[in-house]
Write a protein that binds this ligand. Sequence first.
Ligand SMILES: NC(=O)c1ccc[n+]([C@@H]2O[C@H](COP(=O)([O-])OP(=O)(O)OC[C@H]3O[C@@H](n4cnc5c(N)ncnc54)[C@H](OP(=O)(O)O)[C@@H]3O)[C@@H](O)[C@H]2O)c1
Length: 214
Amino acid sequence: MTIGIIGSGALGSAVARAFTRKGLSVILSNSRGPASLVSLIEELGPNAKAGSIAEAASAEIVLVAVPWVHIADALRGLPAWNGRIVVDGTNAVEFLDPNSSDANDPSNPLAAYGIKAIDLGARHSSAVFRDLVPGARVVKAFNHLDVRVLVEPETAGGKRVLFYSGDDAAAKVDVRALIETSGFFPIDLGTLDLGGPLASLPFGSLTTLNLIKV
Ligand SMILES: NC(=O)c1ccc[n+]([C@@H]2O[C@H](COP(=O)([O-])OP(=O)(O)OC[C@H]3O[C@@H](n4cnc5c(N)ncnc54)[C@H](OP(=O)(O)O)[C@@H]3O)[C@@H](O)[C@H]2O)c1
């Protein structure tokens, strides 16, 4: 199976490492194009290749791993999703430039973490994301842990727990299998409306919860 990855920075490359280590194939893409991914592809080995965003988006399962503020741009103009699975690995936060005034804004409770919450009104981020990929089957996963721990699925004699949620039972079976194959222990949090907010940054009660199943 090939997994398309849109966004090949901290999250996209960490998940690609976990996938390719277990023999899964990936097509990585980013905003600058395949030539900028040469050294990452070399590091990941023969199971990885670089492609355009449209090539990554044509895979059976597509992980979106771009900063929230760039999602709409990244997904604009892609061919119809036609029921393919899109894994939402994003969180509705803005990364702050440490030298900006935002980084020291006393009214931002997340400034110390270098992030700011993005105001989505009464909606949760998975609901907004779902509208950006019409016709896709959305599963939220790979978003709740820092990449510094995500990069190591099997650790301390057990498997790192990954939460996932979604509305399509068959899509969840496939993503669960992907999570298991890549060495993590999956826990189903239910529907997107229920599980999405629980495990999303910045304020989900399960977000950053780093559990090991022994
Ligand atoms: N970092 C973490 O620990 C972590 C953990 C869990 C979830 N997340 C979530 O994962 C998402 C990505 O975060 P990150 O830390 O991986 O960010 P990052 O390191 O800055 O990487 C962002 C990636 O998105 C690509 N990108 C930006 N705009 C794009 C566009 N218009 N079209 C296509 N690709 C575009 C960038 O392309 P270029 O390389 O060409 O600039 C880059 O490859 C965020 O939603 C974040 O909340 C992050």
